[in-house]
Design a protein around this ligand. Structure first.
Ligand code: 26W
Length: 849
């Protein structure tokens, strides 16, 4: 055993030295940290590649049914730390670095956090790839390799500034460029109709534009099973950047500089919109690029294995993550009828047995629509198919509902010159799912009511989940050890085991240890904030760092998510003002110290969201600089919230703010991450909060508050929300709100105007504040008092914490993926084939050191 360990260490060291020589021409002692980081990553990567190769061959060899996950966004987080965790190599790596006089934290700092997504949707996609691979389901992810991910947020005197995220500035060691697998995607041009042998119209294309999509593959490492075996699957990201022919010299020479590079820069930037419609031509081009390249790839690969397409529904499934890749439906039909000699009818049948659609949002502004003319010009052949799909579908509706023309109009894919992508997705897919119970009910009974009536069997719920490997094992090592010591290690692969923790809910030693772990995580967070979370002036110059508490006995209260009105960061900010006023009146009015953290990005064009960022900044400034109260209350605006920061903040949190207006948050996943790390939730009855409460039971879920979905609907219906009345009749709310208009927070015209706008928006325009900030504020305030009452008794608090952690078994993405597989994909797990594995290992060892 000891020998093996030693052996592995020296081999690892040898490999690092090898890479330093062959890649950089350096001996170890003079290599820079950057070079060492790369050599170290390449050495670790070798472990992965053997299993990766063997996984691919094993799946193909056994003709196992496979799921293709297509998504415009991924937020994988850093790969180095995750790969060390999933390979179970922490001990080895530490020993290696120790002997080479290098530091793991330094190495992880150098690893980039690819921000190829906006928020919940992208992070969920990454959690799902982790669970799919760990559970050995044959799977493959497709996405785009944006040159610039989600912008880096800086806060200049309270104002959000967007900086490009240059994540590819240096060599990225986790990707493999695959020139041999490049695909060509066609846009625009003129269509020439013809008829296939079934009498269906097919179209060829002339004078089109052709763009080369080059894939970069990233291995996704699954967590090992009991025998230390693990699968590795692939995330394939397409790029148009590194294909020189995508640049159009003729246009450049004609002075059309921008147009000349449109295609080579197609995958340059991720659209930074979360829950907001984009509608731009380049975005449509991006969506189609992903769809077309991926579908060609899928069909070609499976034709190689199966020789034909008619058996594909039993062999492959495609999951469309929201409507963004919904054109996959159209493209599959088109390829089936043009290249595979199928009738339109058969092509549609196969397609709708292969594709499935997950909806992630019900906000009107985020339901995608594309202008009909835009689609017609950019994708003329696909447009023809959408027309046909719509014609056939409308005929079915007419037949079933006896010429109910109003219904036909409502359900039509094309309405008023716009193509409704969700309708297209529902019609072309086998299953449609929402991401939490309440969300799915809203889809069935409201947003897609007509469709649910027509296709009752199609709609199912699969509640979201998160991977406990990144969100506990990796980011909270101390809590992981605490769990291992009590319930063993099985929770890593089977999170239902976590329930065993509840047996320790009254064990004094356990409660004390839990408190200590939280404190040490707080210390880490505070150190981080002190060193890295800047306060900047209006030119971006760093003035200082946010102040933190010296004391670790402080309630860490966090709201971390994209800024959006429906998520109601504004309500949290107003509550903070109420707290401030309470303390100003009587410093002893509050029994616990509180540190209020808020982090998140606002979409660059979302004015109200940006004003809320400013408001929180100004409140924090006021509080932190007030010596009367700042020993009791502090606030901090976390700059550039992302996956890596989440991994520092979440383990330190006591209180998780999940306060969206009921009926608007599809699920939420931050709620689950915070909870498994021992934060209690203050939350509305929305999204997955409802199911979390159910699991935890009311007894240990004491901070539920606010209007229920039905109450929200009623108020909207009667138009009975009167914020002014609430303001007039509630002294505390009035005082807090007045601080937005009376200049007590602001020091220049811009700030004054921004806060005044928020003030007017909250009070006077029922039209605008659909999110009822004042309506839930008193109940939020009262519940926050209950939080403090519980927090002053650490043992009681931690008993609740144990029950919350112990009740989160359901919210592992392993459970979600199991349900996707059972209810939609019908996959079988595929272990590494021993013979293949040995063969790959042999090849590898022959050619390696
Ligand atoms: C077209 C612009 C656009 C971009 C992204 C519209 C909508 C989106 C996403 C679908 C928004 C999103 O991330 N939704 C979140 O998805 C999570 C994962 O299911 C849920 O947990 C969140 O509640 C939901 O807001």
């Amino acid at each position: 055993m000891e020998n093996n360990f030693e052996n592995e260490i020296s081999k690892f060291i040898q490999k690092i030295k090898h890479y330093l020589i062959v890649n950089f021409g350096k001996v170890e002692s003079i290599s820079s940290n950057e070079e060492f980081y790369l050599a170290f990553s390449y050495a670790l990567r070798e472990k992965i590649i053997v299993n990766w190769t063997a996984t691919k061959y094993s799946i193909d060899e056994s003709s196992a049914k496979k799921v293709y996950f297509i998504c415009l966004e991924y937020l994988p987080g850093k790969f180095l730390s995750n790969n060390i965790t999933n390979l179970n190599k922490l001990e080895i790596v530490k020993a290696v670095l120790n002997r080479m006089d290098r530091n793991l934290i330094e190495m992880i700092k150098l690893d980039v956090d690819p921000g190829l997504g906006n928020g919940g949707l992208g992070r969920l996609a990454s959690c799902y790839l982790d669970s799919l691979t760990t559970q050995k389901y044959p799977s493959f992810g497709y996405g785009l390799r944006y040159q610039y991910g989600i912008f880096e947020q800086e806060i200049w005197n309270g104002v959000q500034i967007e900086k490009p995220d240059c994540w590819l500035l240096n060599e990225f060691p986790w990707e493999f460029r695959k020139d041999a697998d490049a695909r060509f995607v066609k846009y625009s041009g003129n269509i020439k109709p013809a008829t296939n042998r079934y009498g269906d119209e097919v179209y060829s294309l002339e004078d089109f534009q052709e763009i080369r999509a080059l894939p970069f593959d990233i291995p996704i490492v699954g967590y090992p099973d009991k025998n230390q075996k693990y699968n590795v699957s692939t995330l394939r990201l397409w790029s148009t950047k590194d294909s020189p022919r995508n640049f159009e010299l003729q246009r450049y020479n004609a002075g059309q500089i921008g147009e000349a590079s449109e295609n080579s820069s197609l995958t340059d930037v991720l659209y930074p919109n979360d829950n907001n419609e984009v509608g731009k031509r380049i975005r449509l081009k991006q969506e189609f690029l992903l769809v077309s390249a991926s579908i060609q790839d899928i069909i070609d690969h499976n034709i190689k294995i199966y020789g034909e397409v008619t058996n594909l529904p039993g062999k492959i499934q495609i999951q469309l993550n929201d409507t963004h890749p919904a054109l996959a439906i159209v493209e599959l039909i088109r390829i089936f009828i043009t290249n595979h000699d199928l009738s339109y009818k058969k092509a549609f049948e196969l397609t709708s047995q292969i594709c499935n659609f997950t909806n992630h949002t019900i906000l009107k502004e985020s339901l995608e629509e594309w202008n009909e003319e835009r689609v017609k010009t950019l994708l003329p052949r696909q447009y023809k198919i959408i027309e046909k799909l719509n014609y056939d579908f409308c005929s079915q509706i007419r037949a079933k509902y006896l010429n109910d023309e109003e219904r036909v109009r409502r359900m039509s894919i094309i309405q008023d010159g716009q193509i409704k992508m969700a309708f297209l997705a529902i019609i072309g897919c086998n299953k449609v799912n929402g991401v939490a119970y309440l969300h799915t009910e809203i889809l069935k009974n409201k947003i897609f009511k007509d469709f649910h009536e027509f296709y009752p069997e199609k709609f199912i719920n699969i509640t979201n989940g998160i991977t406990q490997r990144r969100w506990l094992l990796e980011c909270n090592l101390k809590l992981s050890e605490f769990l291992d010591n009590r319930i063993g290690e099985n929770w890593r692969r089977d999170f239902s085991e976590i329930k065993k923790l509840k047996e320790f809910a009254k064990d004094k030693k356990t409660l004390e240890e839990l408190r200590k772990i939280k404190q040490s995580n707080k210390l880490k967070l505070f150190e981080y904030i002190k060193k890295n979370n800047f306060i900047r002036d209006y030119k971006g110059k760093i003035l200082s760092h946010y102040p933190v508490f010296d004391d670790l006995n402080v309630l860490v209260d966090v709201q971390i998510k994209r800024f959006h009105e429906y998520k109601r960061q504004l309500m949290n900010a107003l509550h903070l003002l109420m707290l401030y006023n309470d303390l100003k009146n009587d410093i002893n009015s509050r029994k616990v110290k509180r540190f209020v953290l808020m982090g998140g990005k606002a979409a660059p064009g979302y004015k109200t969201a940006k004003s809320v960022v400013l408001l929180f900044y100004l409140i924090a400034k006021k509080i932190n600089s007030d010596p009367d109260i700042n020993s009791k209350l502090k606030a901090c605006l976390i700059e550039n919230y992302n996956v890596s920061k989440a991994e520092i903040i979440i383990p330190a949190a006591d209180l998780s703010e999940q306060i969206s207006i009921a009926g608007y948050e599809a699920s939420g996943t931050g709620n689950m991450k915070l909870s498994i790390n021992g934060a209690l939730t203050i939350g509305t009855e929305d999204g997955a909060n409802i199911e979390m409460r159910e699991e935890v039971t009311d007894q240990y879920w004491p901070f539920s508050f606010g209007l229920k979905k039905e109450e929200v609907e009623k108020i909207l219906e009667d138009r009975s929300y009167r914020p002014k009345d609430i303001y007039e009749n509630n002294e505390k709310i009035k005082n807090a709100l007045n601080m937005l208009s009376n200049g007590s927070l602001t020091s220049n015209e811009f700030e004054k105007n921004s806060l005044n706008e928020l003030y007017n928006f909250i009070l006077f325009s029922t039209d605008n504040d659909k999110f009822f900030v004042l309506k839930d504020l008193q109940s939020f305030y009262d519940t926050q008092k209950k939080v403090e009452d519980l927090y002053i008794d650490p043992d009681k608090w931690n008993e609740y914490v144990i029950h919350n952690i112990g009740s989160m078994g359901k919210f592992s993405s392993d459970r979600s993926i199991e349900e996707y597989s059972n209810l939609i994909w019908n996959l079988k797990k595929c272990d590494l084939n021993e013979i293949i594995y040995e063969r790959v290992k042999n090849d590898y060892f022959e050619s390696s050191l």
